[in-house]
Design a binder for this molecule. Structure first.
Ligand SMILES: Cc1cc2nc3c(=O)[nH]c(=O)nc-3n(C[C@H](O)[C@H](O)[C@H](O)COP(=O)(O)OP(=O)(O)OC[C@H]3O[C@@H](n4cnc5c(N)ncnc54)[C@H](O)[C@@H]3O)c2cc1C
Length: 416
């Protein structure tokens, strides 16, 4: 236990109150600091308990007579699910964690809100929103019209850059203070890093990359999630009392404003630590739309042969359409472009209105990241290429000839 206390104990509660900037909130929640105090001691219990309750049975190999066939190894007992903290009374409600990028709420958050709303409707409860960061009060105030009961705001200089420990501690304390039975966020880079840590802290089971909610069974919500590069959709349930869910933004419509005004509640940041230090955010500056938000995506593959060709062919096309540029993994692995352009099972998942795949074969792992696009266009010299099976429009042609021509024609039609 002591190692865990060392990691997660102490924190913001040790800081003098004056260090926390005043939040422009209408109300301070009294529950959050109390929850915080307990979090340092109590949250780790389930982890330790889970480890202690999962003894691996002794192998009987030594006692078995030499001539006998070795006894079948008993399967190791599955670790017991972590138990929620006893002092948190659960309300069945949902806490949706918003994501702030460059001072504004990232649009994918609206899909997480839609998922959170659907869960709360299924459970007949309310949902809350949580915004974490520094100088995020204005961003948080844009979320008051989506039907949340409360918009919790942890606005603190310790949260200026995303770090797993303080963000996870703050989100867990918020979930405990609200008695949230569900914590939901986008399966973005941040969400994938944050949510498993929250699940451990609050003793919850976790559903990753949910793509749908398929009602309830035996009192537990049934979620759909893809398996095997999206070839199979599994229906899964968490039988733990609390559930943490990351959702795929491309599979949930963005929530619309419903009017009304949620109460804004300031909460304290938690879990300040010197075990993690923010060093640098190496950000790709681009005039183009963000790949995961763009309505048009043009993607180049290994058929473009090298990095110089990749940009020579793809940039004019992207510019003519106002599109984001993506790439196949083969193009990324070959060093044509940086890996944050990769689309697919191990890259980004996109679902734009228009997706143009240039010199991409259409491997299953690539399709996993783009097949939900509304209109798919494929350009490939090989008419047998698998990409044509998912394409709405296909052009069997040499990309080096037709793509520059296409870009010119789009440009001309826009100018005219
Ligand atoms: C665990 C795992 C995870 C993976 N994750 C991903 C992932 O996230 N994303 C991903 O993309 N891949 C992923 N892959 C790799 C995937 O299996 C393929 O190898 C990759 O997608 C192939 O990329 P490509 O289509 O660019 O290249 P290729 O398969 O080499 O296809 C190139 C295509 O270009 C065409 N072509 C050649 N010249 C021209 C021309 N002049 N004009 C037009 N067309 C031309 C060819 O006919 C061919 O169809 C993963 C693989 C594994 C095992």
């Amino acid at each position: 236990m002591s190692w865990f206390k060392k990691l997660f104990g102490g924190g913001a509660q040790d800081k003098p109150a004056a260090e926390t900037p005043a939040a422009p909130a209408t109300k301070k929640t009294p529950a959050a600091p109390a929850a915080k105090e307990v979090a340092a001691d109590a949250a780790p219990e389930p982890v330790e308990a889970a480890m202690e309750e999962a003894p691996v049975e002794e192998a009987p190999v030594e006692e078995a007579p030499a001539e006998e066939a070795p006894a079948e190894e008993a399967p190791a007992a599955a670790p017991a699910p972590a138990a929620p903290r006893a002092d948190v009374s659960l309300t069945g409600s949902v806490l949706v964690v918003a994501e702030v990028r460059d001072g504004s709420i990232f649009s994918g958050t609206l899909s997480a809100i839609a998922a959170g709303k659907a869960i709360s409707a299924e459970k007949g409860t309310h949902f809350d929103l949580l915004v974490m960061g520094s100088g995020v009060s204005d961003a948080a105030s844009t979320l008051t019209g989506y039907g949340a009961q409360q918009v919790l705001v942890a606005d603190d200089s310790s949260l200026v850059n995303y770090l797993a420990m303080p963000y996870a501690a703050t989100a867990s304390a918020a979930a405990d203070a609200r008695g949230s039975s569900f914590v939901v966020a986008l399966a973005s880079t941040l969400g994938k890093d944050l949510l498993p840590r929250v699940a451990v802290r609050i003793g919850a089971g976790m559903i990753s990359e949910a793509v749908g909610i398929a009602g309830s069974e035996n009192g537990h919500i049934v979620f759909n999630r893809p398996m095997w590069a999206g070839n199979v959709i599994a229906s899964v349930q968490c039988v733990t009392e609390r559930t943490v869910v990351s959702i795929r933004g491309t599979d949930f419509d963005k929530a619309a404003e419903t009017g009304g005004s949620s109460e804004i509640v300031a909460i304290a940041a938690d879990g300040a630590t010197d075990l993690q230090t923010f060093v640098e955010l190496a950000k790709t500056e681009s005039e183009r739309p963000d790949l995961s938000e763009a309505s048009v995506v043009v993607t180049g593959g290994r058929g473009l042969k090298d990095g110089e060709n990749f940009y020579k062919i793809m940039e004019p096309l992207a510019d003519s359409l106002g599109a984001a540029i993506g790439a196949s993994r083969a193009a990324v692995d070959a060093g044509f472009c940086p890996n944050d352009l990769q689309i697919g099972q191990t890259g980004k998942v996109v679902a734009p209105d228009l997706y143009i795949a240039v010199a991409i074969s259409g491997a299953i792992q690539h399709l996993a990241g783009m097949k939900k696009s509304k209109t798919i266009v494929a350009i490939n010299t090989n008419e047998e290429a698998a990409i044509f099976q998912v394409a709405d429009y296909g052009l069997v042609a040499d990309a080096f000839e037709v793509v520059p021509e296409l870009a010119e024609k789009v440009k001309a039609s826009k100018a005219g």
